[in-house]
Write a new protein. Structure first.
Length: 114
C-alpha cells in the first residue's frame, strides 16, 4: 500500500509519492501543516474508536494508508480556496475531515472510500 503496487485510482495508491507532494506543498507554503496533521489526527482517533467498539477489523494505520485518505489529507483538505484561514479553523477543519472520512468509510458499506 505504501509503494503503490496495489490497484486503485492513479495518484492515490503510492503513499511515498503523496508524501513527496506533501513536502513540496509544505516547503512552498501552499499547504498548512495544521490542516494535514489534524486530518490524520481525526482519522486516527476515529479508526481507534471504531476498532475499540468492534465496528471494523482494519487497524488504524491501514485506514490511513489505504485508498484515498492520504491523497485527500494532502491535496484536497489543504486546497487554498476552500481550506480554513485561521490556525484554530485549520485544526477544526482538518480534524472534521479526517473523522468524517472514517465515519463514512466504516459505517456506510455502500460507499467504502468516504
Amino acid at each position: 500500500m505504501i509503494t503503490g503496487f496495489i490497484p486503485g485510482s492513479i495518484g492515490e495508491t503510492s503513499v511515498i509519492a503523496i508524501g513527496i507532494g506533501a513536502l513540496i506543498l509544505l516547503w512552498t507554503g501552499i499547504a498548512s501543516w495544521r490542516t494535514m496533521g489534524s486530518v490524520f489526527a481525526g482519522g486516527i482517533i476515529m479508526a481507534l474508536l471504531f476498532k475499540h467498539l468492534g465496528m471494523t477489523s482494519i487497524e488504524w494505520y491501514e485506514h490511513i494508508i489505504l485508498g484515498g485518505f492520504c491523497f485527500g489529507a494532502v491535496f484536497m483538505a489543504t486546497d487554498p480556496v476552500t481550506s480554513a484561514r485561521t490556525h484554530t479553523g485549520q485544526w477544526i477543519f482538518g480534524f472534521l475531515i479526517g473523522a468524517m472520512a472514517l465515519i463514512i468509510r466504516v459505517m456506510n458499506p455502500g460507499y467504502p472510500e468516504g
